[in-house]
Ligand binder design. Sequence first.
Ligand code: MF3
Ligand code: CO
Length: 250
Amino acid sequence: MIIIKSDDEINKIDRASKIVAETLIRLGEVIAPGITTKDIELKAEAIIKSNKAASAFKGYRGYPASLCISVNNEVIHGIPSRKKVLKDGDIVSLDVGVVFDGYIGDAAWTYPVGKVSKETQKLLSVTKESLYKGIEKARANNRVSDISHSIQVHVEGYGYSVVRAFVGHGVGRSLHEEPQIPNYGLPNKGPRLKKGMVLAIEPMVNAGGFEVAVLKDGWTAVTADGSLSAHFEHTVVVTDDEPGILTQLN
Ligand code: MF3
Ligand code: CO
């Protein structure tokens, strides 16, 4: 069942989402060669705490950290570590989920570390564009796979591939609600979108093939072929009019 949120609930998801946005922006400002992914986690925890919120990820199905930090060939669910030092030319995906007043906002952004190659920058731009292509379809009376299709067409047009093993999702009181939102597929399939649905749309895009593997830590998903992977996510509300991007600051 897809939960339709009341205006009051959307306001609460919006407040959580604004904390997520602030966290991602402020973390983006500290990304630099030489810092560890654990340093980033500590900073995230301080920002979330100062907003009187909590991580929506920590403890979720046993996940051990407050956010996910995935470097280079890591797709999603990387666990922060003191041993992981960022270096010039890397890319780093930060995925932040926050609960505030019982409601959750969820977003992710991939940042370049120092100076990255033109090819790497292209992967980031195309993945971000594909997120906005998907969001554009998050409108009442469209169907879920209209989002999926739009993302896939954009990504594959540049020769990249869309990860298939992980999907976007509804979000609200729970981190993962219905519907699932694949980032590929034919248009005009799946549930019809309605005003008041809140969706976390999150394309994960590999420079090489779409296949992924999960490391022995039980969480970190990596590309099977070792290629780079990028991830952008927003929490979006379906309205009568333009899609509302809740995790965007401004
Ligand atoms: N944004 C990711 C998702 O929606 C993050 C989940 S990480 C977890 O699946 F640890 F909480 F599972
Ligand atoms: Co998500």
